[in-house]
Design a protein around this ligand. Structure first.
Ligand code: PEP
Ligand code: MG
Length: 899
């Protein structure tokens, strides 16, 4: 098998398309060679070799030895130099590079090939012994830490001690003799630590470096980076062995990094930094302040012109903004790397839209270039990029699961009540809880952000916070929350109630104190891009919205209706008239505590006007768009107090004996409430709840219709499992609705359908569709029930299933990205069977997956009518639905080409 690809002297075996096996860097070097840009010669060992290495107990494929020898010989021939030569030695860099850029996560070794003989050769050829010995000490230093794993700090200490001895401040002031002395010290240290002398033989050095680069693929930081960036499915890293060129040989040399467009604004200007007499690492390390490219143009006009040519050629060639690294070696330009440049979300939109108007890319391609994260990051505040990373590191308290992105600063508060009190006084708070329940919703609403010690991405806290676009970190198991002492601790750091903390929902970090935040500006190109997305997609996009406020937000974000209104979310807070929240709470609690149907009806009658008002607000906001309202779903115990003091307060308010409250709460206790008395089971036992809710919906619809608002209500029964069950509920719905409509003497269209959240309902979809006019897949519960994983608790151990270094059973969290293989198969079955019964069956999804790009694409493939997502994720779903069409077209044309 071929594991190595050569490039040099105007020829290359690979090309720019081969990123998967040559990595981005290797493919870029090959491609730049092919388009005749000045590139130093070298070869790339493939990612397939890395894959083999990692899968075979860190052994190389047998043919690799021969191939390395052959390509090394070819490199020596092309460059006219020999590795380890005593006169004019070949030196190489050995660099990592995978198909997706992972800046700084993997290893690099420079100046390889230097030893006690060849350093003299280099000194002779460059007539610069200081330079040669500096290069040698850098190599020994890098090799010792990167390949052997000796502590970097020990080596740095020796360097600092040398400078103190020589009484110099900068590395540039150390003489050849000084570096010579340091090399000697490093080597003794190496010998002492490893029991072996420092490898003098260049091929031994090369093999050490190759192994170290492969190993770095599984280094902790690389694994973490891939997890955070959702990078999956890669084979590993490639290894690029490239002839060294030097930017630190004097005033006629230098090194730089440049972008074909401004990576922060997206503006079409040549943007970059250049350092005279320096090596690449000096630019990255930020030790010296580099000059702008315009200054370089004046100092080295000829080289600049060449660089400008490379800019134009490469951007046109790759049809994307490029990030290029270059070195000027004694007046000669070398391109060392080109890759699609990282950019801010603002620049992403601007560059894509500009490139369409320049005719460089098509609209479809522009749509494909936007990621869900680009959209997310446009809306949420972020930690100010100018805050020093080191400073942040010192303040980090703990890391949890990044449930909702964005950043938030506030004072830590440990109860929802206090959060509300504090916020009412104008304080910014972060609500910190072990977990949250619907009772906390008021506190969550006023908090800047929410932090919980348990739970996963579909836990209550996460679902609610996502709906509001509120920064939320869950499953932060490292936090020790002590409600009694009103404090939390992590690694010996204690944060008391009222002390400032900062949450970074992008990566799940929790920091002590107030960290500076900024809100990125919304670029004009965002609107253009979303217009293109809407023109392209076929899948409808609705929002999950529970209040009039949410519904208005949803319209603003481009939702074409509501796919899920969770009625119970209005039970604890009156979002339009907050002073009436307590009345609502009391009515719902009274209803639950009631021991007779009559008492229950009395309490429900108090609740009905509230629900009616809520629905009016929602219908008004959604004028002309469908609104799916789900009847009561969660188990009732979630709405009643569990501690005796609050139970007594409730009993006093209702005017009953506290024992009755305690007894009723006790009766409601279930050992497994998620599979308990919830969903449609509630309406079977207490039909009066259904009657009140349907009554309120129909009342509101009639009232809105009278005002000229176009209402399209869809009444939805949750968690059903049987045709007869659904028939009973549907009959009751029609009975109540029919009576009100008749009495009002109006005509009102509405639909009655069901959520599909249980395997039985999905399996018997043909029967369910005999009754239901629409299906909405509640994939939070469906994932839970198909996989047998609790959506609230699985976060604690799912990590083991996902982590590359552990079991790596799933590539993604099934509560976040739909499990196509299992849950998806059942959904497909249910749609096919459902539509066999009722060909026009309307099908949607309203679990959290409706706002996940990959899952939305799957819903498109399954021919659903719509997806429904939290308002802030609506643009992500609109874009994903458009991307699904583009992918389909691309696959279609590829298939057509094959035939
Ligand atoms: C679901 O289960 O997917 C759903 C949307 O309902 P909930 O999250 O309210 O249980
Ligand atoms: Mg559900």
């Amino acid at each position: 098998m071929k594991y190595i690809y050569f490039f040099g002297a105007g020829k290359a075996e690979g090309d720019g398309q081969m990123k998967d096996i040559l990595g981005g860097k290797g493919a870029g070097l090959a491609e730049m060679t092919l388009v005749h840009l000045p590139v130093p010669a070298g070869f790339t060992i493939t990612t397939e070799c890395c894959d083999y290495f990692l899968k075979h107990d860190h052994r190389y494929p047998t043919e690799l030895r021969g191939q390395v020898a052959k390509y090394l010989a070819q490199l020596e021939k092309v460059t006219g130099k020999k590795l380890g030569d005593a006169n004019d030695p070949l030196l190489v860099s050995v660099r990592s590079g995978s198909a997706r850029s992972m800046p700084g996560m993997m290893e690099t070794i420079l100046n390889l090939g230097l030893n006690d003989r060849s350093v003299e050769g280099l000194a002779k050829r460059t007539k610069n012994p200081r330079f040669a010995w500096d290069a040698y000490r850098r190599f020994v230093q890098m090799y010792s830490s990167v390949v052997i794993g000796l502590p970097k700090e020990d080596l740095e200490v020796k360097l600092r001690a040398l400078k103190t001895r020589l009484n110099v401040k900068d590395d540039t002031s150390v003489s050849a003799e000084g570096w010579m002395e340091l090399v000697g010290e490093y080597k003794s240290y190496f010998n002492e630590k490893t029991g072996k002398p420092f490898p003098e033989h260049p091929t031994e050095q090369l093999w050490g470096a190759i192994g170290a680069v492969f190993e770095s693929w599984m280094a902790e930081k690389a694994v973490t980076y891939r997890r955070v960036e959702h990078i999956t499915g890669l084979l590993g890293t490639a290894v690029n062995v490239v002839q060294m060129v030097f930017g630190n040989q004097g005033e006629n040399s230098g090194t730089g990094v440049c972008f074909t467009r401004d990576p922060s604004t997206g503006e079409k200007t040549f943007y970059g930094d250049f350092l005279i007499n320096a090596q690449g690492e000096d630019v990255v390390a930020g030790i010296r302040t580099p000059m702008h490219l315009s200054q370089m143009a004046k100092l080295m006009p000829k080289v600049y012109k060449q660089l400008e040519r490379a800019r134009q050629l490469l951007e046109k060639h790759y049809r994307d903004m490029q990030d290029m690294e270059f070195t000027v070696d004694e007046g000669k330009l070398y391109m060392l790397q080109t890759r699609n440049g990282k950019r801010t979300p603002t620049a992403t939109f601007r560059i894509a839209v500009d490139m369409v108007s320049e005719g460089l890319i098509t609209r479809d391609e522009a749509l494909e270039r936007i990621t869900p994260e680009d959209i997310e990051r446009l809306f949420y505040p972020v930690i100010d990029p100018s805050v020093a990373r080191g400073e942040l590191g010192k303040r980090k308290l703990a890391v949890g699961i990044n449930a909702v992105p964005g950043a938030a600063v506030g004072k830590a508060v440990f109860t929802a009540h206090e959060a509300e009190d504090w916020a009412a006084k104008g304080e910014k708070v972060i609500l910190v809880r072990r977990e949250t329940s619907p009772e906390d919703v008021g506190g969550m609403a006023v908090a800047q952000g929410v932090l919980t010690a348990t739970g996963g991405k579909t836990s209550h806290a996460a679902v609610v916070a996502r709906g509001w676009g509120k920064c939320c970190i869950v499953g932060c198991e490292g936090l020790n929350i002590d409600y009694a002492a009103k404090q939390m601790s992590s690694n010996g750091h204690v944060v008391r109630q009222g002390e400032w903390i900062t949450l970074d929902g992008n990566d799940g970090s929790v920091f002590e104190g107030q960290v500076q935040l900024t809100v990125p500006e919304m670029p004009k190109s965002y609107q253009t891009m979303m217009k293109w997305a809407d023109q392209t997609r076929r899948l409808g996009v609705r929002a999950n919205a529970d209040t009039a406020q949410d519904a208005r937000k949803a319209r603003e974000m481009g939702a074409e209706g509501i796919g899920l209104c969770r009625t119970e979310h209005m039970f604890f807070k009156d979002f339009e008239q907050p002073e009436r929240s307590a009345d609502r709470q009391l009515a719902i609690q009274e209803m639950i505590i009631a021991e007779t149907s009559e008492a229950r009806r009395k309490a429900l009658a108090k609740l009905r006007p509230f629900q009616r008002r809520d629905f009016i607000g929602i219908f008004e906001a959604m004028n002309g768009f469908p609104v799916t309202i789900r009847l009561l779903d969660p188990p009732l115990h979630e709405f009643v107090p569990h501690d005796p003091k609050q139970q007594k307060e409730l009993a006093d308010k209702i005017g009953i004996d506290p024992k009755v409250v305690a007894r009723r709460v006790d009766q409601l206790h279930e050992s497994n409430p998620m599979l308990g008395h919830r969903g449609s089971r509630l309406s079977i036992t207490y039909p009066e709840i259904l009657e009140m809710q349907v009554g309120a919906i129909i009342d509101a619809a009639i009232e809105c219709q009278k005002k000229g608002i176009k209402v399209l209500p869809e009444i939805m029964h949750p968690l059903t499992m049987d045709r007869k069950e659904l028939q009973i509920l549907t009959d009751a719905t029609h009975r109540v609705a029919g009576e009100i409509i008749r009495e009002a003497g109006v005509k009102l269209e509405y639909l009655v359908g069901t959520m599909i959240e249980l395997p039985r309902a999905a399996l018997l979809a043909d029967q369910m569709a005999e009754v239901a006019e629409f299906f909405s897949f509640g994939t939070n519960d469906l994932t839970q029930t198909v996989m047998g994983l609790s959506r609230d608790d699985a976060g604690r151990f799912l990590f083991d299933y996902l982590d590359e270094k552990r079991a790596a059973i799933f590539a993604t969290d099934p509560f976040q990205t739909l499990d196509r293989t299992g849950v998806g198969l059942l959904i497909q079955w249910a749609i096919t069977r459902g539509r066999a019964t009722r060909p026009k069956l309307k099908v949607g999804i309203c679990g959290e997956h409706g706002g996940d790009s990959q899952s939305v694409k799957f819903c498109h493939q399954l021919n659903m009518n719509y997806v429904s997502a939290s308002p802030f994720r609506v643009p992500i779903s609109r874009l994903a639905a458009a991307q699904a069409v583009v992918e389909e077209k691309r696959k279609g044309s590829a298939k057509a080409k094959r035939n």
